[in-house]
Design a protein around this ligand. Structure first.
Ligand code: GDP
Length: 209
């Protein structure tokens, strides 16, 4: 896919404020610092489209970027830890939870995971939450330039092994380095094929109707 245009469509503090649009949406989420903003800028080749390392603690917003006038890239606020008693668990806002469960035009969520780390409970908790609700997602292992290919693959394999405890359906797995531009073609290809599929589905509905 060639990116011809990418621009901020709007920002929303709650589900009701999300832009009225029926363009297909592709959302990106991960723990803070996983490399999400850098990846959004790398995918769109727009330096500064998403703000890298934004000030923590400021109002959480969902940012919508319209791409090629045909689909929307959605930058979701990250998830973090909440402590309940002695246990830590994954925590994200009702904004994120509402968007992921109720936005009709959401097609796929990309869950970003730092390839440098062994499987983290917080990431596994988040994908468990997604899998339990049947929400479609793909994994992107980020920052692969920071370690050897074998070390990154070992972390990816370990994560997928843990995921087998959650679901028998293996998610689609991609890897990226925003520094080297790796993974860009594969991620955009996955978006393009999902777009082609939903266009096909719409045609099929028309034919049946
Ligand atoms: P966000 O909080 O998930 O949006 O993370 P950022 O995009 O702000 O990235 C966090 C830090 O990681 C920044 O210092 C980035 O320059 C760095 N970073 C992000 N992606 C990569 C990558 O692919 N390779 C390397 N070496 N550094 C990266």
């Amino acid at each position: 896919m060639i990116i011809r245009s990418a621009a901020l469509l709007g920002s929303a503090p709650d589900l009701a404020s999300c832009p009225q649009s029926d363009l297909p949406e592709f959302a990106f989420i991960g723990r803070s610092n996983v490399g999400k903003s850098t990846l959004v800028n790398m995918l769109t080749r727009r330096e500064g489209l998403a703000k890298v390392s934004g000030t923590p603690g400021k109002t959480q917003l969902i940012n919508f970027f319209i791409v090629n006038e045909s689909w929307t890239l959605v930058d979701l606020p990250g998830y973090g830890y909440a402590r309940t008693g002695r246990k830590e668990r994954v925590d994200f806002s009702s904004l994120v939870s509402d968007y992921l469960q109720k936005r009709p035009n959401l097609r796929v969520t990309f869950v970003l995971v730092d390839s440098r780390l062994t499987p983290q409970e917080i990431d596994l908790d988040f994908v468990r939450w997604m899998a339990e609700r049947g929400l479609p997602f793909s994994l992107i292992f980020t920052k692969t330039d920071k370690l050897s290919r074998a070390a990154a693959q070992a972390n990816i394999d370990a994560f997928l092994l843990r995921f087998q405890e959650i679901s028998a359906d293996a998610p689609r797995v991609l890897a990226s380095s925003s520094k080297l531009g790796h993974g860009r073609a594969e991620i955009l290809e996955l978006i393009a094929s999902t777009l082609a599929q939903s266009a096909g589905d719409r045609e099929a509905v028309k034919t049946i109707a």
